[in-house]
Design a protein around this ligand. Structure first.
Ligand code: GDP
Ligand code: MG
Length: 177
């Protein structure tokens, strides 16, 4: 509200969406705490985590929302999407079904968020090259068709995790001016 020179404060709400078990919670824990969980019970209670990022000398608070597993029941609520200005739409490169779900997630996102939402398509688990079911080209192709940024990540070995979040944060920032 107030503050010294350049004292604007930026708070960006960013949502993680995608099928169950694609690695959303682990992408967030890797980004926010540099942690990875091998068992899948990760999401307990926490609605979001806030991470401070510096863009062009501006302090940006990225408030990243994670589901509490309700995506299993297709019951992500509108409160989850409310006020979001960015989204990571995640699939698992080893599970084609999760890639086929992306269009449904994009529909849901556009249904709940009428403003310009910075969106990146994320193909997670790229460390599992041996059991890949979705090629990089397919991921890129869908992203191009839908006008999304695209990146493959691994929450396990940390490949591109920081970058994927930063791409979205940067795009939100650029959208403001
Ligand atoms: P969510 O349901 O989308 O939140 O998915 P989770 O973050 O709970 O992850 C589901 C499972 O996939 C867990 O067993 C994780 O350990 C595993 N997992 C998540 N990200 C990766 C990754 O990048 N590589 C590998 N090999 N496993 C991952
Ligand atoms: Mg989760």
């Amino acid at each position: 509200e107030q503050g010294g020179e350049g004292g604007e404060e930026y708070l960006f709400k960013i949502v993680l969406i995608g099928d169950s078990a694609v690695g959303k919670s682990n992408l967030l824990s890797r980004f926010a705490r540099n942690e990875f969980d091998t068992n899948s019970k990760a999401t307990i209670g926490v609605e979001f985590q806030t991470q401070v990022v510096d863009i062009e000398g501006k302090e940006i608070k990225a408030q990243i929302w994670d589901t509490a597993g309700q995506e299993r029941f297709r019951a992500v609520t509108s409160a989850y999407y409310r006020g979001a200005v960015g989204a990571l739409i995640v699939y698992d490169i080893t599970r084609r079904m999760s890639f086929d779900s992306i269009k449904r997630w994009l529909d849901e996102l556009s249904m709940h968020c009428d403003t310009t939402v910075a969106r990146i398509l994320v193909g997670n688990k790229c460390d599992l090259e041996d059991i890949r079911e979705v090629s990089v080209e397919e991921g890129k192709g869908l992203a191009e068709e839908q006008g999304l940024f695209f990146m493959e990540t691994s929450a396990l070995d940390a490949t591109n995790v920081q970058t994927a979040f930063e791409v979205v944060i940067r795009e939100i920032y650029d959208n403001m001016s």
